[in-house]
Write a protein that binds this ligand. Structure first.
Ligand code: CFM
Length: 546
């Protein structure tokens, strides 16, 4: 841990310097969202204000509830036909820009991801109602594709005019009884960010999809991965590795997945959670209803991948499986070590900042760490306190009006299908041996003392960070990319991965090492001069300048 006193003074000073530009009320709130890390005994970290409304006027990195539901959780599923009920822009801009990939079983298997389906609401429907148009859209989709399932996604205007997507879903399901039709109340304004949409998606997938078919996939050691969305082919690489170990991946929610895998997902013996933020609700609910234990994994980083594989194999407790897993890790690590050593010699000590979503700002620190690079500042766009501070703070999180907006389902044991996967004694024994379940330690717990943690970062603060710290690379999204690069700092998109990937698993780690090595050593960024540096065409002050 870093106990450098000068750095402590700097960070504190920097924080107050950044805050002085804000009006008093804004500064008061941002002060609680910007935290200087300190990990005390028992993994105690300072409290951060998270999952709270962005102050109007601030250029936030956040997205909307619809994006979290349709774009993120359901979007990667290839054979649930998805209809956006709303203006065309919502459907179009949530269509494939995240680079979530899929691989249908055969060339003829259904794959609706190549279509952006929307009711394309116009002024007329905003005034007179859009339900008729939605029903017509469903009729048309059924005639063209006859899918097994249809999801309807509500956008802001749909909620404002009062269209009832659930009533339409029920009516159309009565008309087409062999198709599972369900609606999502994921109007963009539903929560403070896309995080609300994740929860809405989890609830509906749990009530209307999971559990419809009790047929398990063949295999001795069967598990699910929740919260892996196959960006840039990550899930393909994970599938390759677990198959080599001899573990059966029943379903991934929702990268490279299909409907049949979802409806029978409750038949597995273990749920693993990759992205805690977007899908912890489903893991919790499946445990209560069906008795499936869950724990957190991370396939970003070669060491993290090895650790996760070992934990999964240990859960099943089969000697041959554990041996095979070790063999796979050993074989894969040969190539990983070779590239890592080469790259580390050049990248050691370089500084990185990560401001991404609700889990990647944490996961990718593993890869940078493996390259000898240090994360000096990190933050999430929309995570909650538990993603920062660990799940231990869950009982202390205050429920406010915005979070009350999203339904908390009352879940009970399934009278027939609940089955404890391990006996109480077995679970207790595993726990005393140090095996953890329902665990997420949070990002801050694993970061250095004095590192800056910033929730819901904005453009102004990003500029300040660059001025002060001159990091060697920043990881964020497309909204930040060009603003940052014009200031001479390379930016790697960790949402869509720009044009690259996979970065998960062993092959992914190698791809990432190489790419970051090239990026931080490229001279082009240092030669960049923004046009305004030579001849400012327009200068202005913020409205609130004292
Ligand atoms: Fe989970 Fe994601 Fe993320 Fe996320 Fe996202 Fe994403 Fe992300 Mo973009 S589900 S929280 S809502 S890991 S789309 S695949 S990259 S912000 S850090």
């Amino acid at each position: 841990m870093d106990h450098d006193e000068n750095m402590a003074v700097d960070t504190e000073e920097f924080k107050s310097e950044m805050l002085t530009r804000y009006p008093a009320k804004v500064a008061k709130k941002r002060k609680r969202q910007i935290v200087i890390n300190q990990v005390d005994s028992g993994e105690q970290v300072p409290e951060i204000l998270a999952n709270s409304r962005t102050i109007p006027g601030i250029l936030t990195m956040r997205g909307c509830s619809y994006a979290g539901c349709k774009g993120v959780v359901l979007g990667p599923t290839r054979d649930i036909l998805q209809i956006t009920h709303g203006p065309i822009g919502c459907g179009f801009y949530s269509w494939s820009t995240r680079r979530n990939q899929t691989r249908p079983e055969t060339p003829d298997s259904p794959n609706y991801m190549t279509y952006a389906m929307s009711t394309d609401l116009q002024e007329d429907e905003i005034i007179f109602g859009g339900e008729k148009k939605l029903k017509a859209a469903i009729d048309e989709a059924v005639a063209l594709f006859h899918p097994k399932a249809i999801g309807i996604f509500a956008t802001c205007p749909v909620g404002l005019i009062g269209d009832d997507v659930h009533a339409v879903a029920r009516e159309m399901e009565a008309k087409y009884p062999d198709i599972n039709i369900f609606g999502f109340s994921c109007e963009g304004y539903k929560g403070v960010s896309q995080s609300a949409g994740h929860h809405v998606a989890n609830n509906k997938v749990f009530t209307d999809v999971v559990g419809l078919d009790d047929t398990p996939k063949p295999g001795k050691f069967r598990f699910n991965i929740l919260g892996e969305y196959n960006i840039g082919g990550d899930a393909f690489e994970i599938e390759r590795i677990v198959a080599a170990c001899g573990i059966t991946l029943h379903s991934t929610f929702s990268g490279n997945s299909n409907y049949q895998e979802f409806i029978s997902a409750h038949t597995v013996d273990l749920n693993t959670v990759m992205c805690h933020r977007s899908i912890n609700y489903l893991a919790e609910m499946m445990e209560i209803k069906y008795g499936i234990p869950w724990f957190k994994v991370n396939f970003v980083g070669a060491d993290a991948t090895a650790k996760s594989l070992r934990k999964i194999a240990a859960f099943f407790g089969d000697k041959a499986l554990m041996e095979q897993t070790e063999k796979v890790i050993e074989a894969e690590m040969v190539a990983v070590r070779k590239v890592r050593d080469e790259v580390k010699a050049r990248c050691q000590g370089k500084k990185v900042m990560l401001f991404v979503g609700g889990s990647r700002a944490h996961h990718y620190q593993e890869l940078f760490d493996e390259m000898g690079m240090e994360t000096i500042a990190a933050g999430y766009e929309f995570a909650h306190r538990d993603d920062y501070e660990g799940r231990k703070v869950l009982p202390n999180i205050l429920v406010d009006a915005d979070s009350r907006n999203i339904e908390e389902l009352k879940v009970e044991k399934d009278p027939e299908r609940y089955k404890a996967r391990k006996s109480e004694e077995e679970m207790e024994k595993m726990k005393t041996e140090g095996f953890t379940f329902n665990d997420y330690r949070g990002m801050m717990t694993e970061m250095k003392d004095k590192a800056l943690i910033i929730d819901d970062l904005n453009h102004y603060e990003m500029e300040k960070l660059i001025e002060k710290y001159h990091p060697d690379v920043i990881c964020a999204g497309v909204k930040e990319k060009y603003v940052v690069q014009k200031q001479g700092i390379p930016l790697k998109q960790l949402h869509s991965y720009d044009y690259m990937g996979p970065y998960a698993g062993f092959v992914g780690a190698i791809n990432f090492y190489r790419e970051i090595d090239r990026l931080v050593h490229s001279k082009v960024f240092k030669l960049t001069k923004a046009p305004w540096q030579d001849s400012p065409e327009l200068t202005a002050n913020y409205g609130w300048t004292n």
